[in-house]
Ligand binder design. Structure first.
Ligand code: SF4
Length: 303
């Protein structure tokens, strides 16, 4: 299932680097920034696949097979942040792509964006599954000091085999934990997102405990979760995975989601209670304060 080198990269120019976010579900999220469109990582549950439908592309194969590179992103961001009236509101990086997918090694757009945010005293957060984030630890730590910054590492499971099937082109969970440690030691505030939680796959108490405990052990100061949202554009990829790998879970998903996007309230409530109990047990005391200090915007991401 790995994507190898089959991804086609298309350079585009953008008029603006920032997108205004106006979602009643994410009131803390004001501005998003995505250096790429599409994502080579190819997670089977990826919520962002719908963004390719706006381009009349297939959200299944094309989302990983055709990635758009916003080659003028850094200059566009500089112009956005110099506009009169810019109020240095929080910018959420990586809401619809992974800003550290492999092509970032060549274009360094995410790196450039962090430097501009630092110059312009603008707070930000960034979500990724890729260990390449460690490359930019220094500028992240400086931005955290100067204006506010948080790195959010997404870790769904510590089961390496399951992670390989769900997230075929992403560094494994132990590598991501090592990145959490390196970033935290470099002075970057790091959260771990146990997201998405997938019914029957990574929602067992032992598995969740393992991720949360490891997150704190490796220097994260916040762990949080999000239950899978099953967008229409995600269904074909995700159900193909289930049909191929876990047909036994199909009835559970039909029961839990029906034709909708959200899991049944009873399921979400049960998971919230499960996580809260684990958090009470494993969250270090100093994290209580950090959690209170962290604005909703810093953790406002979808999965
Ligand atoms: S979930 Fe994130 S890392 Fe995975 S394919 Fe989607 S955007 Fe990329």
């Amino acid at each position: 299932m790995t994507n190898g080198d089959r991804t086609r990269y298309i350079e585009i120019d953008v008029r603006s680097a920032l997108n205004r976010v106006d979602s009643y579900r994410l009131p803390g999220l004001k501005w998003s920034l995505n250096p790429y469109r599409g994502c080579r990582h190819g997670c089977v549950y990826c919520y962002a696949r719908y963004t390719h439908t706006f381009l009349e592309l297939d959200p299944d194969a094309d989302f990983t097979g055709t990635v758009f590179v916003k080659r003028n992103l850094v200059q566009a961001l500089r112009e956005d942040l110099r506009r009169p009236g810019w109020r240095r509101e929080h910018v959420s990086i990586g809401t619809a792509t992974d800003p550290y997918q492999p092509i970032e090694g060549r274009y360094r757009l995410t790196r450039g964006a962090l430097e501009v945010l630092y110059e312009q005293l603008t707070p930000a957060s960034l979500v990724t599954k890729n260990t390449m984030a460690v490359r930019d630890a220094e500028i992240m730590a400086a931005l955290a000091q100067r204006a506010g910054f948080r790195l959010i590492m997404s870790i769904t499971t510590l089961d390496e085999a399951l992670a390989r099937r769900l997230e075929p082109d992403v560094p494994g969970p132990q590598q991501r934990l090592a990145a959490v440690r390196a970033l935290a030691q470099a002075g970057v505030p790091v959260a771990v997102a146990v997201a998405p939680i997938l019914p029957g796959l990574n929602d067992d108490v032992a598995g969740l405990k393992a991720v949360i405990e490891a997150a704190y052990d490796h220097g994260a100061d916040i762990a949080f979760h999000q239950v899978l949202r099953l967008y229409d554009a995600t269904r074909p990829t995700f159900f193909r995975y289930l049909e191929t790998e876990r047909p036994d879970l199909l009835p559970l998903y039909r029961r839990t989601y029906g034709a909708g996007r959200e899991a049944a309230p009873s399921y979400r409530e049960a998971i919230a209670a499960r996580i809260a109990a684990l958090e009470r047990r494993w969250r270090p005391r100093q994290s209580e304060k950090r959690l209170a200090e962290t604005t909703a915007g810093q953790l406002a991401f979808e999965w």
